[in-house]
Design a binder for this molecule. Sequence first.
Ligand SMILES: [Cu+2]
Length: 183
Amino acid sequence: MIEQPVQARRGSDGYQVVNVAVDGGYHPAVIMARAGVPLRLVFSRDDDDACSERVVFSDPRVDRRLASRGTTIVDLPARPPGAVRFTCGMGRYRGSIEFAEERPATTLGRLMDQADRLRAPLGTALVRWIWSMPIIALLALLAFDLTAAIVMAGAAFIGWVAVGLWGLGRPLKASEGNHATRH
Ligand SMILES: [Cu+2]
């Protein structure tokens, strides 16, 4: 049976968390996680198979005994993007964790994210302004008035500059923390 990868959820104390059932293998066997955020794995063992006794991680090298019945927590430190494998003591049960940079789900969100990375509020405003052009063009088409379209485009640009400047003044958010750990 092929199982779907499971994305680690946001937990408390800055951890991302995923539950893994150990019963003739690891469920899920493929875990998607965010790079730069510590990962907490909550293993729950449901069988008495010798394979369920230990779990060994490739990098960082972590070797842990799992409680025979009940849960065992394994915390991994923040990782760079890449894969970490985990197996039982003999390598029969296999799992992997894919650490990837966090990305906004939508195309618009991704573009906004890239725009934010330009740092300069003017650059951000320009990208957002260009992005809003189709809407401005559509409105101009509906109004069929060139002067109104130019005024609207100008107003949109000033608006995005204002938003960009305001954004610089805000305290750093969680995503900024991720950047810091990579430096
Ligand atoms: Cu084994």
